[in-house]
Ligand binder design. Structure first.
Ligand SMILES: NC(=O)c1ccc[n+]([C@@H]2O[C@H](COP(=O)([O-])OP(=O)(O)OC[C@H]3O[C@@H](n4cnc5c(N)ncnc54)[C@H](O)[C@@H]3O)[C@@H](O)[C@H]2O)c1
Length: 311
């Protein structure tokens, strides 16, 4: 059995464990600083396994030693965004938490692939790669699967077509300047630009960009966790099953899209080694300008991190 350790057993981490257990993909370890909480959630979930008929071992702990020999480490530890709080406000606190989670888990699982969720996402993934010194194949940020799924859901609501027929590609940083690509996104092969009236499409693009905030405002405390954790489970499955699945994820840029030394949301192919390939779309001038704007904003947060932490 494969092994996945999830650092941070809060809303996103525990729900990721739930989706992963449903898929019977791997034994699971939940790590958190709060005493008793990961143990309680893990035991509760383990007691559900006979009901859903899945042979998955689920352990909750406050000790990183239990993560030994994990194939995948998922980092969701951190502080969640509160109403009115930007993702970038979270920078300092979460940098300390994520830095420790990454270096501690690497000691016990030197061959693991890291999936990072903690916000500000692109910068926390960058921090993870710098602190672990892993090759870019093995550090992946979750943002694009979620942002694209939100757009797919909104297109389905508008068009009345099955979500299975709808493919959307949201690139760029995981923030309000993300870039939902309307030309490449499609319903059964028909570009959204041809399928939906311009005003409806624009409303979908705007709602996608503000998708995280919409949920924060509704929940009042905490942020979205069902869809983010489902996104995470899909990425882990693509890796462990060596699916060669192409999905938008945050990856370390080494010249792609004209970007370097930063994490950014682009279409990547995921397989057993992690990132197998980065796909470069041929963008038109407007799309390129939107991506550059998003990249500038991500770069700003990376620079802010470099002022706070020695990498
Ligand atoms: N990338 C994305 O798409 C995405 C989506 C949802 C949430 N997030 C981010 O993920 C993070 C977690 O969100 P959440 O809703 O699960 O929050 P949450 O508060 O429910 O859970 C966070 C957990 O981290 C734990 N934690 C704090 N410090 C820790 C440490 N040093 N070691 C281990 N665990 C520690 C907390 O005790 C808590 O249980 C936030 O930063 C949030 O913004 C990102």
């Amino acid at each position: 059995m494969n092994k996945i350790s999830i650092i941070g057993a809060g809303m996103t981490g525990a729900t990721a464990a739930h989706w992963l257990a449903e898929r019977e993909l791997a034994d699971l370890v939940l790590v958190d600083v709060v005493e008793g909480m990961p143990q309680g959630k893990a035991l509760d979930m383990a007691e559900a396994m006979p009901i859903i008929g899945k042979d998955v071992e689920i352990v909750g702990t406050n000790d990183y030693a239990a993560t030994k020999n994990s194939d995948i480490i998922i980092i969701t530890a951190g502080i969640a965004r509160k109403p009115g709080m930007s993702r970038d406000d979270l920078l300092k606190t979460n940098a300390d938490i994520v830095g420790k989670a990454a270096t501690e888990t690497l000691k016990y699982s030197p061959d693991a692939i890291f999936i990072v969720l903690t916000n500000p996402l692109d910068t926390m993934a960058y921090l993870t790669m710098r602190m672990t010194k892993l090759p870019r194949e093995r550090v992946i940020g979750q943002a694009g699967v979620l942002d694209s799924a939100r757009m797919r859901a909104f297109v389905a609501m508008e068009s009345g077509v099955s979500v299975e027929n709808i493919q959307c590609y949201v690139l760029g940083g995981h923030g309000d300047k993300m870039v939902p690509l309307t030309r490449q996104s499609n319903i059964a092969g028909i570009s959204l630009k041809d399928y939906l009236p311009a005003d409806k499409l624009e409303a979908i693009v705007n709602r996608t960009r503000k998708g995280g905030g919409e949920i924060v405002n509704l929940l009042k405390t905490g942020s979205a966790y069902y869809a983010p954790s489902a996104a995470c489970a899909q990425m882990a499955e693509a890796i462990l099953k060596d699916k060669h699945l192409i999905v938008p994820c945050a990856a370390h840029m080494e010249g792609e899209y004209g970007l370097k030394d930063m994490f950014f949301g682009v279409p990547v192919q995921l397989g057993r080694k992690g990132i197998e390939r980065i796909i470069e779309y041929k963008l038109d001038a407007d799309e390129k300008a939107a991506l550059d704007k998003s990249a500038a904003s991500v770069k700003e947060t990376h620079d802010a991190l470099k002022n706070l932490v020695t990498l």
